[in-house]
Design a protein around this ligand. Structure first.
Ligand code: 5AD
Ligand code: SF4
Length: 437
């Protein structure tokens, strides 16, 4: 039997890229590749890229430059660029970095086997189409091997919202939902392989319409799968949080009490300029309704500081919204101009102002995050055990609220759900003890 070729994949950006990398690895797995963690032994290197913020493409070009000695040592080594930078830059990547053999966009990676053959034959292989066919229908069936207890499952791709700062509608295209029957099939297979928690993914996942009852309908169907214990979803837009989804948070026990619901800004002026199509007040009311349904919900968000035209008062309004809402987790960014987006036409806020605003915002969010984590001490949580800890007999897993929890877990294994009393809160995780009762 010929020796398997080795594939090294490096993933940048969001969880959807993590899922895509897994599927790309499996697709090339059917072509005789095994994945490796060691770039030096690779026969193919794939960079699965993200284009959400500035300098993404530049970072990819410098990363590619670092592969030069590997390619010199092994001329057969094939180098590919996938993901959103591939989509945005296309043939330009090969023009600027001729060492690249293959460029494939996020909607066409089911064609990787043909592209790989073309690259192996010494040709340049490029595919950044938005094909008619659905890539998920054309990807090979997923392997049956056992796997870890948590998995991502992409159910929706693309975005029709056109926030003024965002490249996603251009790189990932229009909103498309996978049919519920396909999602259910994939979920059943994952559960058979040992998965106990599924995170449903979509750029705008709560706009999912592949089920007649929307995302809430899909979640209720998934909750009926024996052996699947936990369901999460990300990322959502406030305007797509419908009544059914809010109700599901109160009624579906397997739906975890954690919600990532980005607002980006707390200023109505800026929200309007961002084309978010809701006000700060509407967002706050929405959060109240979700918390009425699920009072212990831990809320996460995304924020952008220094959007074009953001004044001191606009920024204070964002801090005010954060104080009002209270976040257990958050991601925050300096506005970064993306060519081709409407906001890129506007004059930018000075860089030092963006820096100082980001620092203040992050200090506030850090305090809130810390307080939410500290508030867990003394509480009982359920922890899905994911891996061994550093100490003998120790394991690490995630609580319902996505906090990492360490504990002595003799007799328990990966995939078990342990009832744990939290005894202390550390910088980035909790420590707990298994409950005897
Ligand atoms: N500049 C800064 N942050 C951005 N995001 C998206 N586009 C930009 C941009 N141009 C952030 C938003 C989004 C998250 C995924 O990335 O906060 O929710
Ligand atoms: Fe980008 Fe807005 Fe769509 Fe999110 S909702 S992907 S921020 S355009």
């Amino acid at each position: 039997m010929s020796e398997k070729k080795k594939l090294f994949i490096k993933t940048y950006g969001c969880q959807m890229n993590v899922y895509d990398s897994e599927r790309m690895g499996e697709t090339l797995g059917a072509e005789g590749y095994v994945t490796t963690e060691k770039v030096e032994e690779a026969d193919m290197i794939l960079l699965n890229t993200c284009h959400i913020r500035e300098k993404a493409a530049e970072k990819i070009y410098s990363e590619l430059g670092r592969f030069r000695p590997l390619k010199d040592a092994k001329p057969d080594l094939k180098i590919g660029v996938a993901g959103c930078v591939a989509q945005a830059e296309g043939a330009e990547i090969i023009a600027r970095q001729p060492m690249v053999d293959l460029v494939v966009g996020p909607q066409s990676y089911h064609r990787l086997p043909e592209l790989e053959k073309k690259a192996r034959a010494g040709e340049k292989a490029l595919d950044t189409d938005f094909p008619e066919e659905d890539k998920f229908d054309h990807l090979k069936a997923r392997p049956k091997a056992k796997r870890g207890p948590t998995a991502f499952l992409t159910v929706q791709e693309g975005c029709d919202k056109f926030c003024a700062f965002c490249v996603v509608p251009y790189t990932r295209g229009a909103e498309v939902s996978r049919p519920a029957s396909r999602v259910m099939g994939e979920a059943h297979d994952l559960v058979e392989r040992g998965v106990r928690e599924i995170t449903l993914l979509g750029q705008n996942v709560n706009a999912y319409n592949g089920h007649e009852a929307g995302l809430a309908g899909l979640i209720r169907d998934l909750a009926a799968i024996d052996g699947l214990e936990r369901i999460r979803f990300t990322t959502s837009h406030p305007n797509d949080m419908d009544d059914a989804l809010i109700a599901a948070h109160g009624e579906v026990e397997k739906l975890m009490p954690y919600l990532h619901l980005p607002v980006q800004s707390g200023s109505d002026r800026i929200l309007k300029a961002m084309n978010r199509k809701h006000t700060a007040e509407q967002y706050i009311r929405l959060i109240e309704r979700i918390r009425d349904a699920r009072p212990d919900l831990l809320l996460s968000g995304d924020f952008i500081v220094g959007f074009p035209g953001e004044t001191d008062q606009d920024f204070e309004d964002t801090l005010g919204l954060i104080e009002t809402v209270g976040y257990g987790q958050a991601y925050s960014f300096k506005y970064s101009s993306r060519p081709g987006t409407p906001a890129a036409e506007k004059p930018e806020v000075a860089e030092d102002l963006k820096d100082s605003r980001l620092q203040r915002l992050q200090a506030l969010l850090r305090d809130q995050q810390r307080a939410a984590q500290d508030a867990m001490v003394g509480r009982k949580v359920k922890v899905l055990l994911e891996k061994s800890g550093r100490l003998e007999g120790q394991m690490v897993g995630k609580s319902e609220y996505l906090h990492a929890v360490h504990m002595q877990a003799e007799g328990l294994s990966r995939g078990d759900i342990a009832e744990v009393r939290v005894v202390s809160s550390n910088s980035n995780s909790l420590t707990g003890e298994i409950c005897a009762d």
